[in-house]
Unconditional design. Structure first.
Length: 152
């Protein structure tokens, strides 16, 4: 190998390296950086969109649940309104001895409770009576004499 051939090879190698360093690497780095930036931006947008969709869906479900609770509350009030007008039930609240009052309430309630249960299409109708201030007086689904029956 002579000197001229070696210089040509070195120059050729040097040009290839310079071309790679000055053109190919910056283009590749720019492309890679652009790709990563685009990926992050798209991922962020996708994540934000997923969050917005989830929030929208959740708010829709909350709205449906709130509406259903409202309907059930209205139905419950309609079922209990006639019961609150029964004189014997009002009198049971006035009995000072709560055990006697509960027994009187239960006795007054039985015929009306059966009619209500039949016409409400509810298989397990449960009524819960209270005395002020929001103290349990009678739970119709608990047997008489059970300490959990009322607030006592």
């Amino acid at each position: 190998m002579d000197v001229k051939t070696t210089n040509t090879k070195n120059t050729s190698f040097h040009m290839k390296r310079t071309f790679r360093n000055k053109i190919v690497l910056p283009i590749a780095a720019t492309f890679l950086f652009s790709f990563l930036a685009a990926y992050v931006a798209i991922s962020k947008l996708s994540f934000d969109e997923i969050l917005r969709t989830a929030e929208k869906s959740l708010l829709n479900q909350v709205s449906k649940i709130t509406s259903e609770i409202s309907k059930l509350s209205e139905r419950a009030l309609l079922l209990t309104l006639p019961i609150s007008q029964i004189t014997e039930i009002e009198r049971a609240y006035l009995i000072p001895d709560e055990t006697r009052g509960r027994n009187a309430l239960r006795a007054a309630l039985i015929p009306h409770f059966q009619v209500l249960q039949k016409h409400s299409n509810l298989s397990h109708l449960r009524l819960h009576f209270h005395k002020p201030p929001a103290r349990s007086f009678l739970r119709t689904w608990i047997a008489p004499g059970n300490p959990a029956e009322g607030g006592g």
